[in-house]
Write a new protein. Structure first.
Length: 229
């Protein structure tokens, strides 16, 4: 496919943890000449900063104040595709992968004031056009009028297998059964969250990636773009 000009579409991708949203979103963005952002990184960045400052991740008021106080910036990597979160002038790509951040990020993401602030930032990024944005409520809340809305899914077993493979590939120990339980717990949190729970937008294209490769799923999304054009 030929490279898209800037000020192109917003491609919104939602789905549960472990379905490959970031991998697939990056593949699509690279092919189109778009930018890509994993909005979950924004919540993890705030979580990391809160932990660094000793803020209780159950204190919604303090978390909202922190989100409002921080200087947020977003910078693309060397190839201009993946957008990284920068807070108070510091990239936090490595810090947000810490285990303590992952354990607390769901609490932070459930705070209404935090979601309002980060939603505004996400919309500002999206309004620049030519972006693939993934998360939990991008198609339903952040960009309900996006040109392309995709909901990615996969079986619990496949999601656990992929996550285990990813961790082991990075040289980390990974127990398949524990990862499976963690994914189930995360799925329940996302579905039952009082503010902006994970759900399928009525007009989103649903793609089950259980038996598909990441390249095959990306190909399906790119075909949707070709048809729209």
């Amino acid at each position: 496919m030929s490279r898209a000009s800037r000020k192109g579409f917003v491609i919104a991708i939602d789905g549960p943890a472990g379905v490959g949203k970031s991998t697939i979103g990056t593949l699509v963005a690279k092919e189109l000449g778009y930018r890509f952002i994993n909005t979950g990184d924004m919540y993890r960045a705030l979580t990391w900063k809160a932990l660094e400052e000793g803020i209780d991740t159950r204190d919604g008021v303090a978390l909202t104040r922190l989100a409002e106080r921080l200087a947020w910036d977003f910078k693309a990597n060397e190839d201009g595709v993946i957008i990284r979160t920068v807070i108070d002038g510091h990239p936090v790509t490595t810090q947000i992968r810490e285990e303590r951040v992952g354990m607390n990020s769901s609490l932070v993401a459930g705070v209404p004031g935090v979601r309002r602030k980060l939603r505004a930032l996400q919309r500002k990024l999206g309004n620049q056009g030519s972006i693939v944005m993934e998360g939990r409520a991008i198609t339903t809340v952040v960009f309900p009028d996006a040109a392309f809305k995709v909901y990615l899914d996969a079986s619990i077993e496949e999601r656990a297998r992929r996550r285990t493979k990813q961790l082991r590939g990075g040289g980390k120990k990974a127990d398949l059964s524990k990862i499976r339980e963690s994914i189930i717990q995360r799925a329940m949190q996302d579905l039952q969250r009082r503010i902006n729970p994970l759900r399928q937008a009525e007009d989103a294209v649903v793609i089950d990636s259980t038996s598909l490769t990441m390249l095959e799923v990306a190909g399906k999304i790119l075909e949707l773009v070709r048809r729209k054009r």
